[in-house]
Design a protein around this ligand. Sequence first.
Ligand code: GDP
Length: 143
Amino acid sequence: MGNRTLAILKPDCVRKNLIGEVITKITEAGFKIKAMKMTRLSRAAAEGFYEVHKEREFFNSLVDFMTSGPCVPIALEKENAVADFRKLIGSTDPSEAAEGTIRKLFAESKQFNIVHGSDSDENAAIEIAHFFPRKELLENYND
Ligand code: GDP
């Protein structure tokens, strides 16, 4: 078994009808989907999720964005999941993201950047637990 990361297809991804294309990129890169749902974050949930940024000037705008429509959290598994997923999505600012990355291909700005990826194994575990109870993580599927 490899390790895990949490992806969120953000509300801009859903609005632009890019769920399918982005999931294709993710699975083609070798990630296995362990759990997935569509949900809409409450203000409290979005504020909690991005708590590390609460003093930043973009915090309210980020929370407005993340609560603006449905999003798709996905628990992913792969060896070296956290680092490999961040490589697949590219830099936060799409203008700085490498060619072929998901943000380079689809994102329109630093805020509207299509997808979230956990930044450490520790945060990945916390973020996955936030969205998926243990029994929703499909241990034996497509191993
Ligand atoms: P990530 O790990 O690449 O998602 O980046 P961060 O953890 O630094 O930021 C979290 C999210 O906040 C990003 O994915 C963006 O949606 C948003 N964000 C980050 N920096 C900025 C900024 O300078 N301006 C705005 N408006 N949003 C930002």
